[in-house]
Every structure is written in C-alpha cells, then in structure tokens.
Design a binder for this molecule. Structure first.
Ligand code: NAD
Length: 342
C-alpha cells in the first residue's frame, strides 16, 4: 500500500476535523467515498472532498474497496458498522467511544482480529503537547509514587445541543457526560496513571431532558495504590469552565487546566530535567474543546499502515476507557464499589 484510500461514514460535526486532517495529509490519504443518511450533510461532504457519495452504508461497502473505513457516526453504530467493514477486509478507524457497550466493543475487536485488519480508535487528547509532557514525566518516574489524581470536566451543553440530534443522550447510541463528553478524560486517568482496581460513582440527570447523565462523580483506587477522583458536569453556568488534571506524587505535583487540559498551571519536581524547559511552550490556546489532535492522530495511523509503526490507540487501548466507564455506570446504578476488570 503506497497511500491509503478512505471511506468516511457520518458527515456531521466531528467529520470536519477528519476532513481537515485527511486533506492536509494528501501524500498519505485519498478520500474516495463518503456516506451519510442525510442528503444535505452528504452533499456538503461530497463538495468538500470530491469523493463519491452514498446515502446507504451497505451500498458503499458493496461498491467500494477502501483501505480504511472511518466511522464518525453516532457512537452506538460504530461497532456494528465496524464489524461489517472488517468482514469486507477493510481496516477500521472509529471515533471515540468505539461502542456504547463493552460487549459490542469486544465483538468489533474480535471481527477485526478474525479478518486480519487493523482497528484504530480516536483518542486525540493523548497527543496534546501538555499531556505528552506529563506522560513523559510519569514514564521517567519523576513523581516517584503517585498518591492522588484529580480530573475535572466542568463544561456546558445546553438542551439545544441534545435536541439537535436524536441520538444524543440516549443509552443506546450515546451515553451521558462520562461516555461522550468526558470520555477522553477517563482515558487519561487510566493511560497516565495505570489500571484501576475499583471504582465507586454517583451520576444524575439533573437538568437536561436526556436518558443518560448530565453530571457525575467517581472515586478510583488504582492497582498501584493511588486514589483518584473525577467530577463531571455539562451544566456549568454559563460556559465551559475547566477540563483539568492534577497529579500529586511523592516528588512532584502537576496541574494542567484551561478548558481542555491546554494550560500547565503548576509544574514542580524535586529535581531538574530538561523537559522543564518545555513547560512554557507546551501550553496553548483553544477555540473548541476538541483540540488539534486529529492531524497528529492521522499521522500516526498512516505511520502504522504504511510504515510499520505502532498505533497510538488500537482497539484494545480504546476498550480500556470503555470498561472503566461501564464500571462507573454499574457502580452508580447498583450503589456499590465495582472491581475491575469487569
Ligand atoms: N474525538 C472527539 O473529540 C469527538 C468530538 C465530538 C464527537 N465525537 C464522536 O464522533 C461521533 C459523531 O459525533 P458528531 O458530534 O459528529 O455527531 P453528528 O450527529 O453531528 O454527526 C453524525 C452524522 O452521522 C450521520 N448518520 C447517522 N446514522 C448514520 C448511518 N446509519 N449511516 C451513515 N451516516 C449516519 C448523521 O446524519 C450525522 O451527519 C460520536 O461517536 C462522538 O462521540 C468525537
């Protein structure tokens, strides 16, 4: 394979980030087909990309032979659509979360394994310069033993956001604040700090007219002994206030804040490292909470498919945060501590 032909399915809000990244990486990608069940969304995507348009996903799969199928559809459709693509022998790239239920994620992973195709799950926040710097400090053991981690996602999603698409806030196709809006932050909790041993959580649908939660809090015990907390709400008045992580260890303390972990607010260790010089330049301004990571993410996918590199987040990596979120939901529902793995 010299360059990757792409079929993109679901030409809604987040597809814009995908198109932007793919069109920026023309040396590695060609968008050959696009699909959306809504004529207007499809036409916009066809105009932008010059690709062939399909109103029906199965018809696209019958007629096209892309190297990679990109799923930007509602979350509850990813697993089903991914399985169909894998069975046709196409690699699969799914927006986060890879499914709304762990058992569906497992079916997708199995189908990709059986077909011998790759599965990628978008977790672009791992690539933020701020988060990369924190990850390096943790990997170099600069914190020593990590004692406590706190993650806050204080954002705003008005009722009109949920009303704009029927799938939003439903258990089958979306989930709530943990599974949709804050899922990148749940991913950071396990990717940075390590596997969680048990979780206790409370969730509530306090103001929005949706099935799933608009607000919740969770407490974690890590296998390495650390204790973590996570607070999430989509009801912050009047706008997005904070997306932050604070890590406290025996030899260091770091807080990354801003509205989407874009601003290093505190960086202190017991000894100097050349990485400290990068603290000032790593922070950046954001216009939206999605960040700039899709471009970096697609660079890695091209490196994986064309040049034999390791993928940043494959299906098994994507599964980890979904398992943790399912444990959070189970704990909240049954009002008890839940042990992992499920
Ligand atoms: N990585 C991120 O930061 C990030 C940010 C936002 C959304 N997302 C994820 O992206 C996905 C889509 O979110 P969105 O905000 O773009 O939603 P959206 O509602 O704006 O777009 C979804 C699109 O899929 C189309 N669609 C629905 N069913 C379809 C089907 N069966 N076949 C083809 N097209 C179909 C809809 O018509 C719509 O155009 C979700 O899984 C969401 O969690 C990720």
């Amino acid at each position: 394979m010299k360059s990757i032909s792409v079929a993109l399915v679901g030409c809604g809000r987040i597809s814009e980030k995908h198109f932007e990244a793919l069109l920026n990486l023309k040396q590695d990608y060609t968008i050959t087909s696009v699909c959306d069940t809504v004529q207007e969304n499809l036409e916009k995507a066809v105009q932008l990309t010059g690709a062939k348009g399909y109103l029906n996903y199965e018809t696209l799969l019958e007629n096209e032979h892309p190297d990679l199928v990109v799923l930007c559809t509602p979350s509850g459709l990813h697993a089903r659509q991914g399985v169909l693509a894998a069975r046709k022998g196409f690699h699969v790239l799914s927006e986060k979360p890879m499914a709304t239920k762990l058992k569906d994620a497992d079916e997708l992973i199995k189908a990709c394994d059986q077909a011998g195709v790759r599965l990628f799950v978008v977790k672009q926040n791992r690539l933020n310069s701020t988060i990369q710097l924190l990850k390096k400090a943790i990997d170099k053991n600069r914190f020593g033993k990590i004692f406590m981690v706190e993650v806050n996602v204080f954002w705003t999603r008005p009722q009109s956001y949920y009303d704009a698409a029927k799938w939003r806030g439903t258990w089958e196709f979306d989930g709530g604040a943990f599974l949709n809006q804050a899922s990148h932050y749940v991913d950071l909790l396990s990717w940075l700090i390590g596997p969680v041993e048990s979780v206790s959580a409370m969730t509530g649908t306090l103001a929005r007219k949706i099935e799933a939660e608009d607000t919740g809090a969770a407490v974690f015990r890590y296998r390495n002994g650390a204790i973590g907390t996570m607070n999430v709400t989509m009801l912050t008045y009047p706008k997005n206030l904070e997306g932050s992580i604070t890590v406290m260890g025996e030899k260091g303390t770091v807080r990354i804040g801003g509205i989407a972990v874009n601003d290093i607010r505190h960086w202190e260790f017991d000894s100097y490292d050349d990485d400290d010089k990068a603290v000032e330049t790593s922070s950046y301004k954001v216009e939206s909470v999605y960040g700039f990571g899709h471009l970096g993410y697609y660079k890695n996918v091209a490196d994986a498919l064309l040049r034999g590199h390791d993928p940043n987040t494959d299906g098994r990596e994507g599964r980890k945060s979904l398992e943790l979120i399912e444990a959070i939901y189970l704990s909240a529902k049954e009002k008890r501590f839940v042990n992992l793995p499920l």
